[in-house]
Ligand binder design. Structure first.
Ligand code: PNS
Length: 161
C-alpha cells in the first residue's frame, strides 16, 4: 500500500525524519510530498526542499520524494495513495490537523488520514522554531539532519541581509 507524508518541510527536521523512518516500515511505499502551506512564507523553494529531503532519505529504497503545486488530495488521487500520514506533536497540533483531515475526507471519502505520535525527544521541534533559533545565531545542529545543516544556516544568513 502507498502512503503519503505531506508537509511544507521548510526545512525538514529530525522530527520529520523520525516520522518518515517509522512510516516507511509500515507501508510498502512512502511518498514524501512537499506542498505549499498558504499560511507560511517559505525560506526554500519547493524544489530545494524536495532536493534536501531526497538527500536525507537516499538510504531508503521504498521512499520517493516529490513536490506538488496544488491540493494534497489531488496529488493523492494522482498517485493512487489511500493513506495520508501526519505526525502529531501536542494538543496544539491537533485542532489544525483535525480540520485538515476532515476537509480532505470531505473532498475524497476513500482517502484516510492517519496520525503517528511524535517521539518525546522530538516533540518540541518545529521548522518555524528552528528558523527562529537560527535567525538569532543559535545552534540548530540537534534539530535538523547534519547533511542539510550548512545549507540551511547559509540561507538563513542570506535572508537576514
Ligand atoms: O508542514 P505543514 O505546513 O503543517 O503542512 C501543511 C500542508 C502543506 C500539508 C497543507 O498546507 C496542505 O495540504 N497544503 C496543500 C494545499 C491543500 O491541499 N490545502 C487544503 C488542506 S485541507
Amino acid at each position: 500500500m502507498i502512503a503519503l507524508y505531506p508537509g511544507s518541510f521548510d526545512p525538514i527536521t529530525k522530527g520529520h525524519l523520525d516520522i518518515i523512518d517509522r512510516t516507511s516500515k509500515i507501508f510498502e511505499m512512502l511518498i514524501v510530498v512537499v506542498l505549499h502551506n498558504p499560511s507560511k512564507r517559505p525560506l526554500f523553494s519547493l524544489k530545494e526542499r524536495e532536493d534536501m529531503i531526497k538527500e536525507v532519505t537516499k538510504e531508503y529504497d521504498n521512499i520517493i520524494v516529490e513536490s506538488y503545486e496544488g491540493l494534497l488530495i489531488e496529488f493523492a488521487k494522482l498517485r493512487k495513495a489511500k493513506v495520508i500520514v501526519k505526525g502529531l506533536r501536542a494538543v496544539a497540533d491537533f485542532e489544525n490537523e483535525f480540520q485538515m483531515a476532515l476537509m480532505n475526507k470531505e473532498m475524497s471519502n476513500d482517502i484516510e488520514t492517519m496520525f503517528l505520535m511524535t517521539e518525546n525527544r522530538f516533540s518540541f521541534i518545529s521548522s518555524s522554531l528552528v528558523k527562529e533559533v537560527a535567525r538569532f545565531d543559535g545552534n540548530v545542529k540537534g534539530f535538523i539532519p547534519e547533511t542539510i545543516h550548512d545549507r540551511f544556516v547559509s540561507r538563513v544568513k542570506e535572508m537576514k541581509q
